[in-house]
Write a protein that binds this ligand. Structure first.
Ligand SMILES: Cc1cc2nc3c(=O)[nH]c(=O)nc-3n(C[C@H](O)[C@H](O)[C@H](O)COP(=O)(O)O)c2cc1C
Length: 378
C-alpha cells in the first residue's frame, strides 16, 4: 500500500483483488458511459488561481454538513452491494468514516444491514432510502433507521427505474453470486476475497432479505428493481417521507434547476446535485457543470451538496469553490475498500485530505469555510 499515492492507484489495486463482476459493478456507467466519464473530465477543465506570499499556517478543513460537524466536507456516498467489494464492507467503511470524522451513508441495497452497521459503529451514520412499491416495507425501513439512531435520511430521487449498465448485464451480476463456470473462475482467481467472504455470513441484501414478504433470496438486482422500485414516485411522496422520518432530510439526484427549485420548496435540509455517478441517464450533463447554476438558483434557500467524479482533494476544493457545502465520494472509497478493507477506505480519505489541504494552501487560503469562487481561475 506504500506506493499508493492517488485514487487511481487504489482503483488498480482493487481490480487485482476483487472478482471482475463486482469490480465492474463499481466501475460502470449507463450505456456509453459518457456521463460517467464527463463527471471526471469536467473537473479537470476547471483551473485554480495560484497565489503566493500569503500566510499558509494553521490551516483547517473542518466544516459542517447539514449542521453536523465534519473533519472535511467529504461524505461517503451510499453504494449498493458494498459488502461484495470486501467481506462486511459496509461495516468496515462505516468504521473508517467514523474514525475519520466524516459521514457514512448506508444504502438500502447494502449487504450489511442497518443493524449490522449500528453494531459496528459508535456514532450515528446516515441512511439512504429507495422508495419501494411496498409502502409497509418503506415504513419499516424508516423505523429501523430511527431505531439505529441514523442522523440523516438521504432520499434518492433518480432511480425509479434502473439505467441500463452493460457490464452488469454481460457479467450476470447477482448477490449472492451465481455459481456458473464463469463466475466460479472470476472468484477463484481472487483467493483472498474468497477466503474473507467465506468467513462472513453477510452475502445477500441485508436490509431486504428476511424483512419483506415473499422474499427469501434475491438472485438478480435488476429483477428486484424492476419489481419493487416505484416508478410513480412523486413530490407528494417526498412530503410523506419527510413527515414519517421527522429528522434531517437530504434529497439526492437533483440535476436540473427546475427540480432544484421544487426540492428547495419541500423544506428538506439539503440536496445532492448528482446523476448517480453516470449510472442512470447517460447523456445527462456532469454534476460539476450543473453545480453553479443550481447554487445560483437555490443556494440561498437550501444547502447544496454534490457527488459524481470526485477523484481528488482538488476536485473537492473546486466543488466547494463553486458553492457546494458538502461533497460525496462513491467509487474512490469502494476502490479503497476493495484494495484493502477498512485501511483502504482510510487511505482513500487520507489521500483526499492531503490533496485538499495542499491545494487550499497553494491557492492562498487557510480555512475551507472561506473558500468561494475567488479561487477559480477565469
Ligand atoms: C457501485 C455503486 C453503487 C451505487 N449504489 C447506490 C445506491 O444504492 N443508492 C444511491 O442512492 N446511490 C448509489 N450509487 C450512486 C452513489 O451514491 C453516488 O451518487 C455516485 O457513486 C457518485 O459518483 P462517484 O462514484 O463518481 O463518486 C452507487 C454508485 C456506485 C458506483
Amino acid at each position: 500500500m506504500s506506493q499508493i499515492l492517488e485514487i487511481r492507484d487504489l482503483k488498480a489495486a482493487a481490480k487485482r483483488r476483487v472478482p471482475k463482476m463486482f469490480f465492474d459493478y463499481a466501475d460502470s456507467g449507463a450505456w456509453t458511459e459518457g456521463t460517467y466519464r464527463a463527471n471526471e473530465e469536467d473537473f479537470l477543465k476547471i483551473k485554480l488561481r495560484q497565489r503566493v506570499l500569503v500566510d499558509m499556517t494553521n490551516r483547517s478543513l473542518e466544516s459542517t454538513m447539514i449542521g453536523q460537524k465534519v473533519s472535511m466536507p467529504v461524505a461517503l456516498s451510499p453504494t449498493g452491494l458494498t459488502g461484495m467489494q470486501h467481506a462486511d464492507g459496509e461495516m468496515l467503511a462505516a468504521k473508517a468514516a467514523e474514525e475519520f470524522g466524516v459521514p457514512f451513508t448506508l444504502s438500502t441495497m447494502s449487504i450489511c444491514s442497518i443493524e449490522d452497521v449500528a453494531s459496528a459503529t459508535t456514532k450515528p451514520f446516515w441512511f439512504q432510502l429507495y422508495v419501494m412499491r411496498d409502502r409497509d416495507f418503506v415504513r419499516n425501513l424508516i423505523d429501523r433507521a430511527k431505531a439505529a439512531k441514523c442522523s440523516a435520511l438521504v432520499l434518492t430521487l433518480d432511480l425509479q427505474i434502473l439505467g441500463q449498465r452493460h457490464k452488469d448485464l454481460r457479467n450476470g451480476l447477482s448477490a449472492p453470486p451465481k455459481f456458473t463456470p464463469k463466475h466460479i473462475w472470476q472468484m477463484a482467481t481472487r483467493p483472498l476475497w474468497c477466503m474473507q467472504m467465506l468467513q462472513t455470513k453477510r452475502r445477500s441484501f441485508g436490509n431486504i432479505v428476511g424483512h419483506t414478504k415473499n422474499v427469501s433470496d434475491l438472485s438478480s438486482l435488476s429483477v428486484w428493481t424492476a419489481e419493487q422500485f416505484d416508478p410513480r414516485l412523486s413530490w407528494d411522496d417526498v412530503a410523506w417521507i419527510k413527515e414519517l422520518w421527522g429528522g434531517p432530510l437530504i434529497l439526492k439526484g437533483v440535476l436540473d434547476v427546475e427540480d432544484a427549485k421544487m426540492a428547495a420548496r419541500t423544506g428538506a435540509d439539503a440536496i445532492i446535485v448528482s446523476n448517480h455517478g453516470g449510472r442512470q441517464l447517460d447523456g445527462a450533463p456532469s454534476s460539476i457543470s450543473m453545480l453553479p447554476k443550481i447554487v445560483d438558483a437555490v443556494g440561498d434557500m437550501i444547502e447544496v451538496h454534490i457527488d459524481g467524479g470526485i477523484r481528488s482533494g482538488q476536485d473537492v476544493l473546486k466543488a466547494i469553490a463553486l458553492g457546494a457545502k458538502g461533497t460525496y465520494i462513491g467509487r474512490p472509497f469502494l476502490y479503497g475498500l476493495g484494495a484493502g478493507g477498512k485501511a483502504g477506505v482510510t487511505l482513500a480519505l487520507d489521500i483526499i485530505r492531503k490533496e485538499l489541504d495542499i491545494t487550499m494552501a497553494l491557492c492562498g487560503k487557510r480555512d475551507i469555510r472561506d473558500i468561494n469562487r475567488d479561487v477559480i481561475a477565469e
